[in-house]
Design a protein around this ligand. Structure first.
Ligand code: ZN
Length: 203
């Protein structure tokens, strides 16, 4: 599978349909950065939204993965190879992201804890260094958790528990939402209800 070829094909089909990257992203309920990443060959659309994407672009999933129109006689053979490739890629990507999120979250807690503990330890002898270390520890924790949350947002979708709509919320919505684990309270764009959303890997 050639991601770059697929990317160029997506861009060409999108332009044929008279859509901007932002317009296509909105139709799919994803970010326009994701569309841009497909088109430059840096990533492939998730298997779960491929059908919807192909529907909008008026092509088959098989053609999307191959990166061009396919002659009927080769169709089945190419389809099977594409399908095997894609499920391997998707599994790989989500596992990597989840691992990265966990690692970043954990190292953030660890590094900031060390800074604060060192700060408190020298509080009596070096009060200014101590304050500096405690504040830096706090900032470190915030920066790392912030990044972990953005990674969480990138590794799948959130499902509204009221209407079952699955989508990628804005960064701001995710960062400022109340959460329990990776479940978050968000305002659903489909039913407009503010309720719990479950993290899901596929659309
Ligand atoms: Zn909803």
């Amino acid at each position: 599978m050639d991601q770059e070829k697929t990317g160029k094909f997506i861009a060409a089909c999108r332009k044929d349909m008279g859509l901007t990257q932002a317009a296509l992203a909105e139709k799919l309920g994803i970010t326009d950065r994701a569309v841009s990443k497909w088109e430059t060959g840096r990533s492939l659309p998730d298997a779960s939204i491929m059908i919807e994407l192909c529907g909008i672009l008026g092509i088959s999933v098989n053609e999307l993965l191959t990166g061009g129109k396919i002659a009927m006689e080769n169709y089945k053979e190419i389809a099977e190879k594409n399908l095997a490739d894609i499920s391997e890629l998707e599994k790989d990507k989500n596992t990597k992201l989840t691992k990265a999120e966990f690692f970043i979250g954990l190292s953030g807690v660890f590094i900031s804890l060390i800074m604060v503990v060192c700060g408190l330890f020298i509080a009596a002898s070096e009060p200014f260094v101590s304050i500096f270390l405690c504040i830096s520890g706090g900032i470190t924790a915030i920066v790392f958790e912030f990044y972990a949350v953005l990674l969480e947002r990138d590794s799948g979708y959130y499902e509204c528990q009221n209407c079952r709509n699955r989508y990628v919320p804005s960064k701001k919505a995710v960062i400022f939402s109340v959460h329990y684990g990776s479940d978050r309270v968000l305002k659903c764009p489909e039913c407009s209800k503010k309720c719990w959303h479950k993290k899901v890997i596929t659309k």
